[in-house]
Write a protein that binds this ligand. Structure first.
Ligand SMILES: Cc1ncc(COP(=O)(O)O)c(C=O)c1O
Length: 402
């Protein structure tokens, strides 16, 4: 039974994400003599704007979130074959740097309600070869950082926080990215804050941090101006125009985050008792910053398939989708064929690991992906728009409840 007009009877709102602040900064960059990052005024402005929210001692703006994670992973200096535990529900950007360093991604299962790594599963995956945990704050819902930091302490492991999707998310009141040894963020086009493509890596560790930049700047020492690389690193620098945009975007951080938090929290309130669906669980003392709104449909409580449920939502004007992929990362072809370097995987071919991704299974993550429904959230959504979305989801769920 569909309505003559959809319940969400207005177009999906799109925010004007960039404006006068970005234009002003970009114009001033265009009048500079150089657009190089080192000592660049836009880069310095970005440092200040970032640290106003995330007061990390050492930071390096990067060309992407993937690059920021690679800088973090490479600077840990873990020997090839060392294992890094992470969730299989993530972007390729979380694993690219790990594989490039000849390290071994080990996939721990997720919590079915937060969609983040389950600390119990992380614990089960620890071996003598484990070197680090990557805590990925999915969709902006904070991982259980106390549990993760305790496991890391017990086993002497490094913790990298992948906060690419988690700008403004708080664990027990403190921004995620500030708990582990490293925090990494993305400024790609889809994130809360964006310059098109960019990233940020930061750490409070003086051991690592004093030379964090070298891992993203060809191993050149800009401080001493000595050019004698002693290790193989990358060029992941962010140029001045992009830093200008990021600095301006960070000025809007609190406004953007608080609007998104209001939308996501309202949806969670309105859908708490909806039959046939399960909403993301947020700890009462945490802030989920709602990069997207992901929920699960309970297929055994509904008379329709996920595709039919999503089609019904769309017919009611809800901008819903299945969330990009129904595959966990380890099911991707490159993992299933171990095709990391022209058909080879040096770490395994040299006997440094026996990992076989065809044997990996995280059942909770796999079920989650079959049941996931995803909806974009943004700061242009009004309360009345979100109320309509909630009403539409409730109506569809009730229509198909067993
Ligand atoms: C969880 C997560 N990690 C890492 C990345 C990589 O970020 P980027 O696309 O900026 O390289 C993304 C981007 O989608 C992400 O969502």
């Amino acid at each position: 039974m569909s309505h003559a007009s959809p319940i969400v009877d207005e177009p999906f709102p799109f925010p004007q994400r960039w404006g006068d602040e970005e234009i002003e900064r970009l114009s001033s960059a265009m009048r500079q003599k150089s657009l190089f990052y080192w000592k660049g005024p836009q880069t310095e402005a970005l440092y200040d704007a970032f640290r106003a929210h995330y007061p990390l001692k050492h930071i390096f703006p990067c060309s992407s979130g993937t690059a920021s994670l690679h800088v973090a992973v490479a600077s840990m200096k873990l020997k090839p074959g060392t294992e890094i535990i992470l969730s299989p529900i993530t972007d390729m950007g979380s694993v690219i740097g790990i594989l490039h360093q000849q390290l071994v991604p080990v996939f721990a299962d997720i919590d079915p309600h937060t969609y983040n790594s389950d600390p119990a599963s992380i614990r089960e995956k620890i071996t003598p070869k484990t070197g680090a945990i990557m805590a990925i704050h999915m969709c902006g819902n904070p991982c259980d950082m106390e549990a993760i930091m305790n496991i890391a302490k017990e086993h002497d492991l490094i913790v990298i926080e992948d906060a690419a999707q988690a700008w403004g998310a708080r664990y027990r009141g403190t921004y995620v990215g500030l708990f582990g040894d490293y925090g990494c963020w993305s400024f790609n086009d889809f994130k809360h804050l964006s310059c098109g493509d960019g990233g940020m890596v930061g750490t409070n560790s003086d051991d690592i941090g004093s030379h964090l930049a070298k891992w993203g700047d060809k191993c050149y020492n800009r401080i001493t101006n000595v050019r004698n690389p002693d290790e193989l690193t990358h060029n992941y620098r962010m140029s001045e125009p992009l830093s200008a945009i990021c600095a301006a975007q960070l000025g809007k951080h609190n406004d953007i985050i608080s609007r998104r938090v209001r939308c996501g929290t309202l949806l969670n309130e309105r859908l708490a008792d909806t039959p046939g669906i399960s909403i993301p669980k947020v700890h009462p003392e945490d802030t989920h910053s709602f990069y997207n709104y992901m929920f699960r449909i309970k297929l055994d409580e509904l008379t329709v398939t996920k595709d039919e449920f999503i089609a019904a939502l769309k017919a009611e004007g809800v901008n819903a989708n299945e969330g990009g992929t129904t595959e966990p990362v380890y099911s991707y072809t490159l993992f299933q064929t171990h095709n990391f370097y022209a058909g080879t995987w040096p770490a395994r071919d040299l006997g440094l690991t026996t990992m076989d991704y065809t044997q990996v299974c995280c059942p909770v993550a796999e079920t989650f992906l079959k049941e996931r429904v995803n909806m974009p959230i943004n700061e242009a959504m009004t309360e009345s728009y979100v109320e309509k979305v909630a009403l539409a989801i409730n109506t569809v769920a009730q229509r198909f409840a067993k």
